[in-house]
Design a protein around this ligand. Structure first.
Ligand SMILES: [Zn+2]
Length: 154
């Protein structure tokens, strides 16, 4: 099997209305600042790129993740650590459970006030696991916030 996939590019769709064979490394452009591999094909309304493989639709970032890393386990989804939906760089993707992904999603809504509040509660003896439940984020994320790795303001 050659590596590469059939993909409908915008240009080709207009000209021929057919699928065009593209090599994998022709499917994205590397952003040298962020390190993101930005997919150059057309995107879904959701902002993600999608391809057809074995008569199934698959997200382009998933395709690259599975090509370079490993198969995404059943029940897991890919989280874009760079928050760039167009990005297909496997190093910017992490396989997480839907639950964890939701937690991360809601975690972005944390404000400075809430974070400060969380740190104060921790100092006064609250356990991380309790804070995680209270603020609906993962315990690991609570740890990062308390250690100042996320939200590092004084
Ligand atoms: Zn990226």
């Amino acid at each position: 099997m050659p590596t590469g996939i059939y993909i409908r590019t915008e240009k080709y769709r207009k000209e021929v209305g057919e699928k065009q064979w593209k090599k994998d490394d022709e499917l994205y452009k590397v952003d040298t600042k962020s390190g993101c591999w930005n997919f150059t094909g057309s995107l879904l309304k959701s902002g993600y790129g999608q391809i057809q493989r074995n008569k199934k639709s698959i997200y382009i970032h998933r395709y690259f993740y599975e090509k370079y890393k490993k198969v995404v386990p059943q029940g897991y989804e890919l989280d874009h650590l760079c928050k760039n939906k167009k990005c297909v760089n496997p190093l910017h993707l992490e396989a997480v459970t839907h639950y964890e992904n939701c937690l991360r999603g809601s975690a972005t809504k944390l404000t400075e006030e809430i974070v400060q509040n969380m740190r104060n509660l921790y100092k006064s003896g609250w356990k991380k696991i309790v804070l995680a439940r209270l603020f609906k984020i993962s315990r690991a994320h609570v740890g990062r916030i308390i250690e100042g790795k996320s939200w590092s303001f004084s």
